[in-house]
Design a protein around this ligand. Sequence first.
Ligand code: ZN
Ligand code: ZN
Length: 135
Amino acid sequence: MQSERFTALLRSRELKSTPQRLAMLEILERYGHADIEEIYNEIKEIFISISLATVYKNINTMLEAGLIQEIKIPNGKSKFEIVKEHHSHFFCTQCNRIYDIPHPQRLPLLLPDGFVPKESMVMVTGVCATCHTGA
Ligand SMILES: [Zn+2]
Ligand SMILES: [Zn+2]
């Protein structure tokens, strides 16, 4: 069951498994990448009285726990996704879609002495195949 997997995921990060958090993870899994508004609009269908502040709070908690990650969109709203294997993103500036690009190795960044890398995220912007070919 999906929810059991998410419950285990939350527990592994020492977070309580609440119906709201499970629903948010389910939405993120379904969307791949979703912004706060998308999550909020979806979750309202299940928890009618949930507030945007509650969604923010839970997203932040899961962010801090390293369960989900934020993807900063150029000139747009941040998207969130469940943390999985390292990958890069392609952002299509025409349809605003985010694509996961397999990226098995971390970039060989040459950092100056004394710099400690924490996270390297690559965001490529451009036009996706669907928009490019007009299919
Ligand atoms: Zn596109
Ligand atoms: Zn991604």
